[in-house]
Design a binder for this molecule. Structure first.
Ligand code: PBG
Length: 340
């Protein structure tokens, strides 16, 4: 990750080490493995339901039975972990279904725990899918407009995370970007005896236009305003480092940068500055761009997907969250036929 300064030693002729696939493999600096991949999945109640998402080809809202099918396929391909998002039957102003014992995510986690005990189940902890207004926190409206209430939201997030852990989640992943939520979640997990449940925080989460296909998938588009009061400005790097530092101080075990491809510099700086396990989330818009161009025959889907993930690894990401996880895991198994 830290190339020594050129000029301090003689530079060899680079072509010499590129003459065959085996040679290139031998001197490869970055490895992409199925064991690094996480597959996001969307679950909603029902049976035999696979509802396609327009701007995310190959991604579906799944009923629990279909969720088990896809999770099984992922595990068989060698993907070690899934990241669960829930679409509740009912939304309200306090996100009740986010922390209900019988909530969709809680039920799905119990089911996966039973059916696939080896699979790591990570749960997204947020309120936007469960709120009637689609924001990640409690909203108060007054004459000056709507405001997201940071502190009262923390209690709900902590309850949601603990209810996921209780259902059997291996890792909880808060994505809301309220200040202080990692500390609040850690305290609640510890209080309820889940001292060994790690927190993967969406630490540097930018207010990004790359999320729009996801909002259709999770039915979580804000009904008014946007998320710029709690997510980060795409122009800021130092702020990202401060957000990550705070989350680590509050107890994050794994930190995430999101989106991934347009934020490789952030991934690199976060990994270099903190050295913690670092995740990169290749978000819905990144997936949509590759799928759309590939469908036109304008790019090679497999080559571009692998190249983008390799770039995230090169930047310093240890964990890659991608909608293409199963495809990639399968491609990696076939490797040897190709360089990638
Ligand atoms: C919820 C959340 C979002 C994503 C993950 N968790 C959307 C948002 O912040 O609006 C985006 C994931 C993607 O685009 O693939 N807060």
């Amino acid at each position: 990750m830290h190339p020594p300064a050129l000029g301090s030693f003689p530079v060899r002729r680079p072509r010499r080490l590129r003459q065959s696939a085996a040679l290139r493999q031998l001197v490869r600096e970055t490895e992409l493995r199925a064991g690094q991949l996480v597959l996001p999945l969307f679950v909603r109640s029902g049976r035999k339901l696979r509802r396609p998402i327009t701007a995310m080809p190959g991604v579906f809202q799944l009923s629990p039975d279909e969720l088990v099918r896809d999770a099984t396929a992922a595990a068989e391909a060698g993907v070690p972990a899934v990241l669960l998002f829930g679409i509740p039957d009912r939304k309200d102003g306090k996100a009740s279904e986010a922390y209900a014992r019988s909530g969709i995510v809680q039920r799905a986690v119990r089911l996966l725990r039973n059916e696939l005990p080896e699979l790591l189940v990570i749960t997204d902890v947020c309120l936007c899918e469960y709120m009637s207004h689609g924001h990640c926190g409690i909203v108060r409206a007054d004459k000056r407009g709507e405001k997201i209430l940071n502190d009262p939201t923390l209690k709900l997030l902590a309850r949601a995370a603990a209810s996921h852990a209780e259902a059997g989640a291996d890792i909880v992943a808060p994505s809301d970007m309220m200040d202080g939520r990692v500390a609040a979640i850690r305290a609640e997990l510890d209080r309820r005896g889940f001292t060994d449940t790690p927190i993967m925080s969406y630490a540097a989460k930018f207010a990004s236009a790359f999320y729009s296909p996801f909002r259709e998938a999770a039915e979580s588009a804000p009904k008014f305003g946007d998320r710029r009061s709690y997510q980060m400005d795409a122009a800021n790097t130092n702020e990202a480092l401060r957000e990550v530092a705070l989350d680590i101080e509050e107890g994050a075990d794994i930190v995430m940068v999101k989106p991934a491809l347009a934020y490789l510099d952030i991934i690199h700086r976060v990994k270099t500055a903190f050295g913690l396990p670092t995740a990169a989330y290749a978000v819905s818009g990144e997936h949509a761009m590759i799928k759309a161009a590939a469908a036109q025959g304008w790019i090679d889907e497999r080559a571009v997907t692998v190249e983008a993930l390799l770039a995230m690894r090169r930047a310093g990401a240890d964990i890659l969250i991608t909608y293409a996880a199963v495809d990639v895991a399968r491609w990696l198994k076939e490797r040897g036929t190709r360089d990638g």
